[in-house]
Each structure stands twice: as C-alpha cells, then as structure tokens.
Design a protein around this ligand. Structure first.
Ligand code: PMV
Length: 309
C-alpha cells in the first residue's frame, strides 16, 4: 500500500478579488489533511472508494468520466506519467470539511496524485502536480485563480497573484488564528458566479472594492513580514466588510465574526468562497481559548486553532 496526504488551507486576505488579478495571502493548515491509500487488488479496473465525498462507489475509470474530479485526477496522472495500470483501489479519507473554503477538493486531488505516483514508482515535480491539480480545480470552481492548489501542493504560506510565480510569505512572528466552521456547506462556484454578476452589474463600484482589497493585501503582507498583529486585525475585519459588500458573507459568518471580535479577537473575516464554510479570527495565545469558546457558543460546529510560521 502507498499512502500520501495533503493539507487544508485558509485564505488570510484577498479571496474573490484574486480571481480578478488582485494579490491574496494564504496558508496551509497542516493539522487537517486529506489522505489517499493506493492498494493493489486482484480484480481488474481502478476503483476509488470515497464514502465521505458522496461519490457513488466505486468510481470506475473504464467509462469516460471526466466530470468526476477524483476520476479526472487519476486519468491526468496516468496521462502525465505515460503509465497504464489497472487492478488497484484508491481509498480516501479526510479531516477537511467539504465545501467550506478549506480547499478540500484540491487536497484530495493532491493526495490521490501523490499516492498514485508513489504506487507507480514515478516522481512528479511540485510544479507539474500544481498544474495537474489546477486542471481538476476547474471542475470544482469553473474559473479558479489557482490559489488553492498552489498553497496546498507547496504546503507553504504564499503571496499569490494569478498567473505569476507565487512568492513565499514569511511571518516575522507566528500568527495565531482560530478557525470557526459554520457547518454550512456552500458552493464556491456559486459564490464566484455571484461576484461576477455584481461585477457585471456595477463594474465601477466592484472595481473600487477590489482596489481596496488589493491595498489591504499589500499592507497585510508588510505587517506580517514585520510582525505587527494588532494592525493586521483591523485589516482583516475591513476585508470581511468588503466581502460582505461582494455578497459572499452569510448571517452565520457575520455572527461568528462579531462573536470573535466581542471575545477579544484582533480581527476576523470569512475565509474562502464564503456564503457558508469557515471564518478565521486573529488571536493571541492569551485570547485563543476565549475566542474559540465564544465561536462554539455562537454556533460554530467546530473550531480549529492554528499557527502560521
Ligand atoms: O475553495 P475556496 O472556497 O477556498 O475558494 C477559493 C477562493 C476564491 O477566491 C473564492 C476562488 C478562487 O479561485 O480564488
């Protein structure tokens, strides 16, 4: 058996605007992972067992399924490596909430591709893997910026601009965050389409929002790299307000953001596609547990404490 895994991710600043060429900051959450196990089997064919992902089991590859992200990942790996194989089973399991802004789709594809390459005895560079997972992301998102696959494949904090080589993001001091999960799955594809509709309806107003987000990301990058978390919190909460104006927040997300701030967080915002999924709160080691508790009291189904270094 060969096993591989890949982490979840959070977007610190700049989601949605990143689709339109603005920069964004993102980081892996290495404590939450998707795992793929590849096992040789006696029956011919490739089957993917993915109970948690609501996939019909098993997913056969003998028919031309290219609208299935898991099957497409396998297909792309076989094409890229020039290998043919059958008689194997891929078992997936994951700690990452699905459709919640944490990059579950990209993490699963990355884990499958890595485990399959290991099983086939071939290596794939991170760059090639990143491109492959981006192809699969198009099924999930329609028009992805590429930030999810990049931060997940490289498993490093990044300053990301669509179409450019990502730059590393190096915090001067550790950034402490609490992630609050609304427990409400939401489609990133729909949220991205919603922003597109706003943009088409009022391009001038939405361009102003993007310009402010661009400035926030630039300032946040500098604060992170010089180590001034209190001011970073103000930028985070402002980024949330701008995401609300883009229509991608939800009552649950707004409620959790307010609860985090009231409990002493330095700042808070939704993270990822929005309309559900997760939010993040900037905390200090002293306020972490009070903020996590306040989030759970305010309806978060789960809280995760994480540190970006
Ligand atoms: O996968 P999610 O929900 O974290 O969304 C990714 C971030 C977006 O900016 C909303 C979309 C994109 O492709 O960058």
């Amino acid at each position: 058996m060969t096993q591989a895994s890949a982490p979840a991710k959070i977007i610190l600043f700049g989601e949605h605007a990143v689709v339109y060429g603005c920069p964004a900051l993102a980081a892996p959450v290495s404590s939450l992972r998707a795992y793929a196990d590849v096992v040789a089997q006696s029956n011919p064919g490739i089957v993917i067992h993915a109970p948690a992902f609501g996939q019909a089991l098993p997913v056969g590859l003998d028919v031309d399924i290219v609208d299935n992200a898991l099957a497409l990942t396998v297909r792309l790996v076989l094409t890229a490596t020039g290998k043919t194989t059958d008689a194997l089973a891929i078992h997936l399991h994951s700690d990452i909430p699905i459709a919640s802004g944490m990059g579950s789709g990209a993490a699963v594809s990355t884990a499958i591709a890595r485990a399959l390459c290991a099983h086939l005895g071939v290596s794939m560079t991170d760059q090639a893997l990143n491109e492959l997972v981006y192809e699969v992301e198009k099924l999930h998102h329609g028009n992805p910026s590429g930030i999810d696959n990049t931060v997940i494949v490289y498993e490093k904090p990044v300053y990301f601009v669509r179409g450019q080589i990502p730059a590393p993001l190096t915090p001067k001091t550790p950034i402490h965050l609490v992630i609050g999960d609304t427990g409400r799955a939401a489609s990133t594809r729909d949220a991205v389409a919603g922003v597109r509709a706003r943009y088409d309806a009022d391009t001038v107003a939405v361009s102003h929002i993007f310009a402010e987000i661009r400035q926030i990301v630039t300032d946040a990058r500098q604060l992170i790299e010089t180590g001034t978390p209190a001011q970073l919190g103000v930028l985070m909460t402002r980024n949330h307000e701008l995401l609300r104006a883009l229509t991608v927040s939800s009552p649950e997300l707004d409620h959790l953001v307010k609860a985090a701030l009231a409990a002493g967080a330095l700042g808070a915002k939704l993270s990822g596609g929005g309309r559900g999924g997760i939010m993040i709160a900037l905390v200090t080691p002293e306020t972490t547990s009070a903020v996590a508790q306040a989030l759970r009291h305010s309806g978060a189904v789960k809280t995760i404490e994480t540190e970006i270094t």
